[in-house]
Ligand binder design. Structure first.
Ligand code: THU
Length: 160
């Protein structure tokens, strides 16, 4: 037997000033989207903005439902819209921001497991990495150079 170690590498930016310009404007779109989230049950608002290789920016936010599991996260709302409207475009970057209405969210909020799986599908489909940037409402911004980096040992089409 042998032990296998899996490592992930992330980049942490202290604030907006350290981010590339295009990522600042993408994150601004995610913040705008976050403000329109429909989250009356959790009061936790999430916004996502996706930059495509055709220059389009697609946004989404979480949409909750009185039947809780029927709601959808911001990341999947956005990525399924991108996949449905621009099926041939590659996803270059995703910016994510989350904030609770109960207290300020100052720590970076990563995408949930189900959203990682959904994003992974498109990364495998397009065969190029999707950069993910995530933050709270304020504070540090974390970058993952690819989705695979956030979901080691992922399940994908190669197993089917
Ligand atoms: N949520 C997202 O939109 N994205 C995530 O990655 C984590 C959770 C939403 C789902 C629900 O509306 C609220 O945040 C609280 O879980």
């Amino acid at each position: 037997m042998k032990e296998v170690k899996i490592e992930s590498q992330l980049i942490v930016f202290d604030n907006f000033n350290e981010l590339p310009k295009d990522v600042v404007s993408l994150m601004e779109k995610a913040i705008e989207a976050r403000r329109n989230a429909y989250a009356p049950y959790s009061n936790f608002l999430v916004g996502a903005a996706i930059l495509l290789d055709n220059g389009e920016i697609v946004t989404g936010n979480n949409q909750e439902n009185a039947s809780y599991p029927s709601g959808l996260c911001a990341e999947r709302t956005a990525i399924y819209y991108a996949g449905s409207q621009f099926p041939k475009a590659k996803i270059l970057k995703m910016a994510l921001t989350a904030g609770s209405q109960k207290e300020p969210t100052t720590t970076p909020i990563p995408p949930c497991g189900a959203c990682r799986q959904a994003i992974a599908e498109y990364e495998v489909k397009q065969d190029t990495p999707i950069e993910i940037y995530f933050m709270g409402e304020t504070g540090k911004i974390v970058k993952s150079a690819s989705l695979a980096n956030l979901l080691p040992l992922g399940f994908d089409r190669s197993f089917l």
